[in-house]
Design a protein around this ligand. Structure first.
Ligand code: HEC
Length: 437
């Protein structure tokens, strides 16, 4: 029965596999930070600020949610054997069995993990971390190794085709090459001066592209490190890059919401596309047939445009992201909520893929008791009853002091009037609607 249902969905929704017009992948409760496409093109993985990974297998509407990370997820990667990897702000890597949705955790980094790469023989996973190191994790379970040398956050890594070397870029402004077997730095390829965020390695074509904080976007020849093309535009920072499967095209996404498509045969700009009304392009990936380009930004969704009809679809961040609503039409209390809480909490209804539990009925509710939410032990073991006084204390002292050990990020609302207004707003806005199962 499930197989039959699945086959039907698959035949109705061919969009994931290739160019089939504009579409979105909706369901996350926060912005999308990372995207990967399976080798056969049938499935997509999404990494979100809402702490979860979406696994869209043949369907654009009903992903399987992979839950386990305790903070925003930044990177996702198909491992090709029915498994996937993800990594995020909780410093952890998770290896998922995509059939069961269960995961094992790989720990060792001391900082956020921004990107993952798989060695060509699929035996080694590399991780780029803000602890300044590159992790190398044997997928058969051996002990990890950490390559050290960068002076700051490592943002991206890429294996060479023979698996013997690894390129990395960092906030220290350098591009480095490492020997995978020994873990030693082979050489510092270049120093850009400003932090480098992203890279694409196209060894078959003999080039490497990188994008930096200052907007610097350069293509260098692998043979002699010479600059083949300088695509630096007047926009920054460059945040995401992807090459089409045939390597004929390079997509570059920036902090100002543009996606530039570059023809790599002559480095001409094929299209410069305003993909987001506002805000950044954090993630880019082509479909397996190169027909569509997927992007992640401020929306709780992946937007996917046909490469040859970019204007046919919608733009990112043009709709209602509540926390971007016009502040002039809101009360101060609502404004406090939209700006400081809405990205992680819903006011009513179920938790719906937010990083934090729904606030429906929070007044008079014992801490740690929303059934569809996985709390930290701090909250499940707490005797706090949420009300005007306890919520006031929470943001007067800050969660790190009031409920130390909680997963809630450190933040204080220092003005007493702002706290009062917020609480007054929450009192009515979180009244139970009875919709929650
Ligand atoms: C970046 C995400 C994030 C933001 C922003 C955030 N929270 Fe939270 N919040 C959480 C998480 C995660 C938890 C659960 C903590 C745990 O399990 O330790 C939580 C828990 C709570 C709880 C306890 C709920 C319960 O069921 O026990 C309250 C109340 C709360 N938040 C209110 C707020 C308010 C009000 C704001 C805005 C001023 C806010 N939060 C902003 C993530 C966030």
């Amino acid at each position: 029965m499930r197989g039959l249902l699945f086959a039907t969905i698959l035949s109705l929704v061919p969009a994931l596999a290739g160019a089939d017009g504009f579409f979105t992948l909706m369901g996350h409760g926060g912005p999308v930070k990372g995207i990967d496409v399976s080798h056969d093109g049938q499935a997509v993985l999404t990494a979100s600020f809402d702490n979860s990974v979406g696994y869209w297998n043949g369907t654009t509407t009903a992903p399987r949610w992979l839950e386990g990370h305790e903070a925003a997820v930044n990177a996702v990667l198909f491992l090709g054997d029915g498994r996937a990897a993800s990594a995020g702000d909780d410093f952890d890597i998770r290896l998922w069995d995509l059939r069961t949705g269960t995961s094992e955790v790989l720990t060792g980094h001391q900082g956020k993990i921004l990107m993952l790469a798989l060695s060509p023989d699929r035996k080694l996973l590399a991780s780029a971390s803000w602890d300044g190191s590159i992790g190398l994790w044997p997928l058969d379970g051996g002990a990890p190794r950490f390559l050290k040398g960068h002076q700051s956050n490592v943002n991206a890594v890429a294996f060479t085709a023979d698996g013997q070397h690894l390129y990395s870029v960092s906030a220290d402004g350098t591009l480095r090459l490492w020997d995978v077997a020994t873990g030693a730095q082979k050489r510092r390829v270049l120093s850009h001066g400003f932090g480098i965020n992203t890279l694409v390695l196209a060894e078959a074509r003999g080039w490497l592209a990188y994008g930096a904080v200052d907007g610097g976007t350069r293509i260098i020849a692998l043979s002699d490190d010479k600059v083949l093309a300088d695509l630096t535009a007047d926009r920054r920072p460059v945040l995401a890059m992807a090459s089409s499967p045939d390597l004929d095209q390079l997509a570059i996404g920036d902090g100002q919401g543009y996606i530039m498509l570059v023809d790599t045969t002559d480095w001409s700009i094929a299209r410069d596309f305003r993909a987001a009304q506002r805000g950044p392009i954090w993630a880019l990936h082509y479909t397996a047939d190169g027909g569509n380009i997927h992007a992640g930004g401020l929306d709780d969704a992946v937007f996917s445009w046909p490469v040859d009809d970019l204007d046919g679809g919608e733009k990112l961040a043009s709709g209602e992201r509540t926390f971007l609503n016009d502040p002039n039409v809101m009360s101060n209390g609502e404004r406090q909520f939209q700006r400081k809480c809405s990205i992680c909490h819903r006011l009513t209804g179920d938790t719906a893929r937010r990083a934090g539990p729904t606030l429906e009925g929070v007044f008079g509710r014992r801490a740690g008791t929303v059934p569809d939410y996985r709390y930290s032990e701090t909250l499940t073991g707490s005797s706090i009853i949420w009300g005007a006084n306890t919520i006031d204390a929470l943001f007067d002292l800050g969660p790190d002091h009031y409920i130390p050990g909680s997963k809630m990020p450190m933040q204080r609302i220092t003005a007493a009037q702002d706290r009062r207004d917020l609480i007054e707003f929450l009192m009515t806005a979180t009244e139970p609607t009875g919709d929650r199962p």
